[in-house]
Ligand binder design. Sequence first.
Ligand code: ADP
Length: 471
Amino acid sequence: MEIIHVSAECYPVAKAGGLGDVVGALPKYQCQSGHIAKVVMPMYRTKFLYENEWTVDFKGSANLGNWFFDFTIIKESTNKLGFDLFLVDINGLLDRQKIYGYDDDSERFTAFQIAVVSWMSSWEHQPDVVHCHDHHCGLIPFMMRYCYDFTRLNLVPSVFTIHNAQYQGWMGWDKSRYIPRWDLWKRGMLEWADSINPLASAVKCASKVTTVSHSYMDELRFNSNGLEKLFEYEKGKCLGILNGIDNDVWDPATDKYLTEHFTVTEVTKGKQKNKEALCIQFGLDPEKPLFVFIGRLVGEKAAEILPDAIKSAIYSTKEQASFLILGSGDTAVEWQFQQMVEPYKGIFNAVIGYDETLSHKMYAGADFLLMPSRVEPCGLNQMYAMRYGTVPIVRSTGGLQDTVVDMGDTDGFGIRFNNATIFDVDYSIGRAVAVYQDKDQMQKMRQYMMQIDHSWESTVDEYTKVYESIQ
Ligand code: ADP
């Protein structure tokens, strides 16, 4: 099958979170299993753009309301990612350093989607499926069905995958003029709660809707930032498919970001060496268990409870644990972490920012990974942690619930708790410090979880079944 993935992120071109990891891996494994999978995304000014060779694939023009714009689609020449990668260049709109966070993001991503659909409708053939990811591509299923200029794509099936339903891309109705000439009777297919809602529109218009874990699919009917009734109504075409991880990138035996590699047989020694390097870098004690948090410092991740939970755990464990944070987001939380560095020197440290290399070193060197998330559609961090023999400490929600088994249960290897509260995090850290003393138990848990198969190979088949069901 020919599958066209449309996304705002794709690792290693541009990544802000799990979406980038998934779109960088799934197409590669789909190609390996015999499909023709391609990715099209915006052309940002990233390192990857300047370090690789590109050829011009298509030049076109379109309108965003009254604004007429030219766009160019360039293709990476060497197929180095294992799939064809296309970037959409729209001068002045997409070619910026950051992926998101600009005042004109609605205009940027609407123009991107118009360019993609215009390009696809210029082809002589039609793809078997257009697979859109998250709200930045949520208007595409609508455009393919109801815009007069794209009638050639009317019957092409589309799949929409929700990586995070908290962000929906809401736009006021004044922006409806951006969408190329469309059937005005279909206004309801764009709308939710009096505004244009690209995520809701995609749920209504796509042939199938998937999300990234089974539990998250169930949760959306009860908690989806206002779309609960929509998910209840559309449940017949929605299903959960758990994300995989890219074992080529995330392998402690070969990871290009690590200097000390290890396999399952020498996990204890290997992790200790990585931990020592991290502890030297951040002034921590390598003899104590090391707890890390890696991620966006936002409410969804319950990041704001961590400063107090860590202070509480430092007190309750009598300073028998070290903590290292890597993340950025809410400035108040960033500030709280920065304020803790000096008073808790030798026990706590924090890096505010985004650092891919350091994240790999932390998965390899840490003993425990903290994830108190309020919402976690799938969560990749806990799966990377498992692959690197790091025990995940997670709140029982979404994909965390589907992938982590508490060490108190049969074949358990992680720590689970129910509430995103200081008490639950502190208590779980206490359980972790206790199990850390039991070297045999730690080794057993590490070896067990390192061998769990989270590879994309089996997941690819699940997506193939979805595509086949809509042909
Ligand atoms: P989300 O997409 O909600 O942010 P996921 O768990 O699905 O969460 O994916 C997070 C991905 O982003 C992982 O690859 C994680 O290592 C990475 N990541 C998050 N924050 C940072 C950071 N500050 N530095 C490096 N990598 C990060």
